[in-house]
Every structure is written in structure tokens, then in C-alpha cells.
Write a new protein. Structure first.
Length: 315
């Protein structure tokens, strides 16, 4: 068994090239798993960080399972090749019940390692990973009746990962709200919601108590005229640079405690804009399992953010 002086970064499905561009030089790529020298880095285009990968030489399926069990109990397989051999090893490991979460239940807290076969005689395994979900894939028991679209899953996932959510009575601003998936989530949490969009909300969302709808552009809203806000949410469809300018206006006014915004890339990934978001003090940039060609920018508590959350993915 060899402890590797490198870190593993599992790219989100379809975004390996974005991860490689962010990492720069790598030492190997196994499917979507990129290996880079040095300790874990804070990168955005990653589903799961393998913090302490080890190469394990095995002579048999039974030995592979035994060595993994000796490291810890709970493992998730990253299955990208040698599928039958991988499945036979996995069958000999303790079963991990990765049931879909019922929001707003907290994320799992039990340690969950990741492993894969890089050839028939070598396992690459990390007992310590950044995500509590297998391969970073957060899954929920979906509500197929209440929300008007599936965008609510992004917000459920983000709030689950940060371990915080709007409290009853808190004032939330939902920019780019139509048709209302995020406003629906916030209203169900008991928040007071101001939904802003040039397009209408779904009638069933607009009729919910605690939701005030303003039919206007999110970019026409003046922070100076709005008053204190506990949470600013944005799922606005716009170029990243335009969202960055909007966020900076609100930051300069100092009236918002917490931010959670989707950065939507249209065409090529705007790496420069992503870096500018990441450089805003107290914030984090992450790719959610329910994001598409998007990143989620989060800044908590207004004065440097929630340092415990900001550090926990790489701690």
C-alpha cells in the first residue's frame, strides 16, 4: 500500500475539460478522475475531492475487498472500467445505503471513502473525501406536484451542503424567479419572499402566502431602495459578467447577509469570470450535482462568510 503525494479530483459528468483547465498540470487521468500533485486545492469544477488517495496492490478480488475493509467500513465505487471485477470487489464490502434524502434532512455525516480500479492489480482508494454523497451525487426524494420545474433541486442541494437555510420570517430576494421553483422552496421553509422576474410566476406559486411578486428585471432593482435582506438568491439567465456586476452592486450597498447565485455559462466556460467570483472574500464557488453548465457561488453571513463551511470540503 502506497500513500500518494497527490490528490484526486472527480470531475462532474461532462465537465472533465473544465476541471483540467482549472487544475492545470496533472499526473494522470482515469475516466473523470484527475490526479494532481500536492494537497487538496479549492477548485470549483469537481464533484468529489479524494483527499488522501492510496495505491493498493491486490492479487485477488478477495484481497482487494479485505484491504479496503481494513482501511474503513464505508466505500463508494467510482466505476469507469473493469466493471465486472469492480462489482465483485464491491459485493464483498459492507453495503452502504445511499438513500435519497428527504429535504430538509441534513447531509450524511458518516465517513465515506471512494475507490476505483486503475488496472486489474491496483486499487486507487481514498478513505477521506470531500463529499458525503457517493461520487458527489446528491439525490433527493423529489416532489413531483408542488414545484413548477426541477430547478428546486439545485437549491435543495446547495442548502443541504452548506448546512443552513433561511429561517421562518427571514426576508429572501429571489432574482430571476420565474416560474418559481426557488420561491416555492423558500416559501415552504417559512421565509418571506420577494420574487423578481420579467416573466410571470406559475399561478400556484404566485398564490402562496408570503410571496410578493415584482414583475421587473432583476438588473433594474436598486439595492439602495430595497432595505435589509437576509438572503439573496439568483438563478437569472445572463452572462457571468453581468451577474458579477449585479452582485458587486449589492455587496457595495451592504444590505444582504447571505448570497447564493447560479453562474450560467453560455457557450464556452468563462474561466476569467469564475475566478473573479471565487476571489470575492468569504465566498465559495462549487459545482452542484444538479447544476448543468453552471457553477454556484455562495457567500454566507456577509462578513467573511461561514468559515466552517468554507473550509470543510478540504479540511
Amino acid at each position: 500500500m502506497t500513500v500518494a503525494p497527490f490528490t484526486g479530483y472527480l470531475a462532474p459528468d461532462g465537465h472533465l475539460q473544465d476541471l483540467l483547465a482549472e487544475l492545470g498540470e496533472t499526473i494522470a487521468v482515469h475516466g473523470r478522475l484527475a490526479l494532481a500533485e500536492g494537497p487538496p486545492r479549492d477548485v470549483a469544477w469537481v464533484a468529489n475531492v479524494w483527499k488522501k488517495p492510496e495505491r493498493i496492490a491486490i492479487a485477488s478480488i478477495a484481497e482487494g475487498a479485505r484491504q479496503l475493509r481494513a482501511l474503513q467500513r464505508n466505500w463508494a465505487l467510482y466505476d469507469w472500467q473493469l466493471h465486472r471485477r469492480s462489482a465483485l470487489i464491491a459485493e464483498r464490502l459492507p453495503h452502504v445505503a445511499a438513500r435519497p434524502l428527504v429535504f430538509p434532512a441534513p447531509a450524511p455525516t458518516a465517513p465515506l471513502g471512494s475507490w476505483t480500479l486503475i488496472d486489474a492489480g491496483t486499487i486507487l482508494a481514498s478513505p477521506d473525501c470531500s463529499s458525503p454523497f457517493p461520487n458527489g451525487e446528491a439525490r433527493f426524494v423529489e416532489d413531483r406536484e408542488g414545484p413548477p420545474n426541477r430547478a428546486y433541486l439545485k437549491l435543495w442541494e446547495a442548502l443541504t451542503l452548506i448546512g443552513r437555510r433561511p429561517e421562518p420570517g427571514e426576508r429572501c430576494l429571489d432574482l430571476g424567479a420565474s416560474p418559481g421553483g426557488w420561491s416555492w422552496v423558500l416559501q415552504k421553509l417559512g421565509a418571506r419572499v420577494v420574487s423578481v422576474d420579467k416573466a410571470a410566476l406559475a399561478p400556484e406559486v404566485a398564490a402562496l402566502p408570503g410571496i410578493e411578486f415584482r414583475r421587473m428585471s432583476a438588473f433594474a432593482l436598486d439595492p439602495a431602495d430595497f432595505g435589509p435582506v437576509d438572503w439573496l438568491f439568483s438563478d437569472v439567465v445572463c452572462y457571468p459578467a453581468r451577474l458579477l456586476a449585479l452582485v458587486r452592486r449589492w455587496l457595495a450597498e451592504g444590505r444582504v447577509a447571505n448570497y447564493l447565485c447560479t453562474i450560467k455559462f453560455q457557450g464556452e466556460t468563462d474561466m476569467a469570470a469564475a475566478r473573479e467570483f471565487a476571489q470575492i472574500p468569504g465566498s465559495r464557488l462549487i459545482h452542484l450535482h444538479h447544476n448543468k453548465h453552471e457553477l454556484t457561488w455562495i457567500r454566507l453571513d456577509g462578513n467573511g462568510g461561514n468559515s466552517q463551511w468554507a473550509d470543510k470540503r478540504l479540511a
